[in-house]
Design a protein. Structure first.
Length: 76
């Protein structure tokens, strides 16, 4: 389905720049956004988002070691 949107030029240009930096098109960014709103994200999209979040926010346990037993304590 094709839709028509009304967006100011400055916003479109900024969004195109983001799309280019992500190696995709503005159309694909909008498609992903709408699919996300509709709850139709593919497993591949979710995987990309999770991997991106890992890269942006690397964990730091500050040397604290957690055993499997501690991690699952009270869950089973």
């Amino acid at each position: 389905m094709n839709i028509t949107l009304s967006v100011d030029d400055k916003t479109v240009e900024a969004a195109r720049k983001v799309a280019h930096e992500q190696g995709t098109s503005l159309n694909e960014l909008v498609r992903r956004f709408i699919a996300g709103l509709a709850g139709q994200r593919s497993p591949a999209e979710i995987e990309r988002e999770v991997l991106s979040l890992f890269e942006e926010q690397p964990g730091d346990s500050r040397g604290v070691r957690i055993t499997r037993e501690d991690a699952y304590d009270g869950r089973l």
